[in-house]
Write a protein that binds this ligand. Structure first.
Ligand SMILES: C[S@@+](CC[C@H](N)C(=O)[O-])C[C@H]1O[C@@H](n2cnc3c(N)ncnc32)[C@H](O)[C@@H]1O
Length: 321
């Protein structure tokens, strides 16, 4: 086991136990003896493993995160911005138990549904683009062909603003989702066409970013202020369909709009505020470290100097009774 050196004020360096060793030797042993499982069916050690708030993709000690970078399958390749199944599985395991209902308002090609299926949870999702909804159906059928279960899966090809038509109130235990980031994708595509034609961003990151659709209802075509307003409506309806004590997890990135002289757009904070304004409790913030997936690029050098934003945030809300 690795040991870490920790600096203490007015003292020499000393060698501390790793977090895992500390937990294993003290709190876990105590909790394990009580042997009552959490509402999610996890033992104290299972929960401790899942509960780190910074998740590093190539952390081999962490069994649920070490294959996030596996090659994309034929369904995933059809979409420009999917998240890994393991990410969904982790969140679903953390905040629900078998037989619970999971929801994704921005279903895409159905990653959340596949994860829910693997973990024997029901799932419903809305997706605006018929092409992606169709792929979600095919992927699900593929997976069900191998391991069918008798739970319910519903893919709705509709605007998520109609979610109350498709999902009953107080039924969902966990929402796991990743919305489009307003019209930032379009801006970054334009940017790549002009400024970064031959840059490392385009060539070596082999970016597959695409606009989701030309549809007016597509959240990926809305300017940021209008987008935030609409996200707030979704969060409000999302709260209604969630059970008391249930959770809602939003995988998002922050952004820069340097063309308009906005150095930093703190989407994760704006999202958290919008959630609180409609009645969610801001429950947790998890950082998904993606340094392994992205090459460093020079940003703003030598005049302004920006850092590389190599992480996503998972904003976790809870419906408090
Ligand atoms: C970041 S992607 C989600 C990808 C998904 N997590 C996956 O792994 O497949 C966002 C999705 O939201 C969809 N979308 C955009 N506006 C929507 C709306 N008004 N209602 C429902 N879906 C919408 C887009 O078509 C896109 O597939």
């Amino acid at each position: 086991m690795k040991k870490y050196k920790i600096a203490e004020e007015n003292s020499d360096y000393f060698v501390a136990e790793t977090q895992t060793e500390y937990l294993a030797s003290r709190e876990l042993a105590k909790e394990e003896k009580k042997s009552t499982l959490g509402f999610n069916g996890l033992t104290p050690s299972e929960w401790a493993l899942l509960s780190k708030n910074v998740v590093v993709e190539d952390d081999l000690l962490n069994p649920v995160w070490n294959d996030l970078s596996s090659p994309r399958n034929k369904y995933q390749l059809e979409h420009g911005a999917v998240y890994p199944i393991k990410l969904c599985e982790r969140l679903i395991k953390m905040y629900s138990k078998e037989g619970d209902a999971i929801f994704d308002p921005f279903l895409g090609i159905g990653t959340t549904m596949i994860a829910a299926h693997q973990l024997s949870r029901h799932c419903v999702g809305t997706e605006l683009n018929p092409k992606f909804a169709d792929i979600a159906g095919k992927w699900l059928a593929d997976v069900q062909g191998l391991f069918a279960n008798d739970l319910h899966y519903k893919i709705v090809n509709d605007d998520c603003r109609n979610l109350l038509k498709h999902v009953h109130k107080d039924k969902i235990q966990v929402t796991v989702t990743s919305p489009p980031y307003a019209d930032f994708i379009q801006k970054s595509l334009k940017d790549r066409e002009t400024t970064h034609k031959t840059s490392v961003i385009k060539i070596e990151n082999n970016s597959t970013v695409k606009q989701y659709s030309q549809e007016e209802n597509d959240f990926g075509n809305l300017p940021y202020p209008a987008f935030l307003e609409q996200i707030k409506h979704i969060l409000k309806d999302n709260l209604e369909v969630t059970k008391a004590g249930g959770y809602s997890c939003w995988v998002v990135k922050d952004y820069r709009d340097t063309k308009n002289k906005v150095p930093y757009v703190p989407f994760h904070s704006d999202l958290a505020r919008a959630g609180e304004e409609v009645g969610w409790k801001y429950h947790d913030l998890i950082i998904w470290d993606q340094t392994g997936q992205r090459r460093l690029v020079l940003l703003g050098y030598p005049s302004v100097l920006y850092t590389n934003q190599n992480c996503s945030f998972i904003v976790v809300f809870r419906k408090v009774k």
